[in-house]
Design a protein around this ligand. Structure first.
Ligand code: PMT
Length: 220
């Protein structure tokens, strides 16, 4: 191991997008590539953790020494996380989970109709909030992908979802956030915050893991 910050700890990390089926050939999704979550998994392994990635559909190779559980939809991801969250020490929600899914999945391909069409959607379960509401619960870390007022929205999510830490991610800036190789974030916890300068996702992942290790070790 490159360091022992998380020696003996079990870490579960969600990564990538979810896909919400509309019919046998179509789905709703987003631009998450999984790079940030996979970089966190590598950094957790380097720090000595037993690491599981609960991964949406991405085109990335599984990092060495990482257990990978593949899921498609938000509800699949919730089930995979709930199976594992009570027995892990740290849970990191880096996945870009679809907030809504089609109210119905059609059995057959939807055919073209008139000029306009609309789609009924229903809310998906909130995975990180469900994990944070568990008992016992792991040290729970969320991400907040925002395009404006990033720190305020992130602080609001930290409180509302009852998280221990949140990584505020401005995804409006060119070359940062979704699908890019670089990122720039502010890590926020109850009593403080630390801005991490623009860098490659692997470098940032190591910094985030070190901050998590410091705070997860303290009594909550
Ligand atoms: O995958 P990459 O291309 O490398 O991009 C990385 C990233 C931009 C996806 C990542 O850094 C990031 O910001 N991930 C969170 C994306 C997101 O959906 O944020 P949100 O603000 O909508 O969600 C807030 C938190 O709740 C997140 O921890 C999210 O995982 C979680 N969530 C959201 C909805 C839901 N139904 N369940 C959840 O657990």
């Amino acid at each position: 191991f490159a360091n022992t910050a998380l020696a003996g700890k079990r870490v579960v990390i969600t990564a990538g997008p979810t896909r919400e089926a509309l019919d046998p050939v179509r789905y709703l999704s987003n631009h998450s590539s999984g790079k940030m979550g996979y970089a966190l998994a590598r950094a957790a392994v380097e720090a000595g953790a037993r690491t599981t990635l609960v991964s949406g559909p991405v085109g990335l190779a599984t990092p060495e020494h990482v257990e990978r559980v593949d899921v498609i939809s938000a509800r699949d991801m919730l089930a995979a996380c709930q199976e594992r969250s009570a027995s892990c020490d740290i849970f990191i929600a880096c996945a870009a989970v679809a907030d809504y899914r089609p109210a119905e999945i059609q059995d057959q391909k939807i055919k073209k109709g008139g000029e306009h069409s609309s789609l009924a959607l229903v809310r998906n379960p909130d995975i990180v909030a469900a994990v944070a509401a568990g008992s016992p619960r792991p040290f729970t870390v969320g991400f907040a992908a925002e395009t404006r007022d990033v720190l305020n929205y992130a602080r609001d999510k930290l409180a509302r979802k009852n998280l221990d830490m949140i990584v505020a991610n401005d995804v409006a800036a060119e070359g940062l956030g979704f699908a890019s190789d670089e990122n720039e974030v502010t890590v926020i916890w109850r009593e403080g915050e630390q801005a991490l300068a623009r860098a490659g996702k692997q470098t940032l992942a190591r910094q985030i893991i070190q901050l998590i290790a410091t705070h997860a070790g303290q009594p909550q």
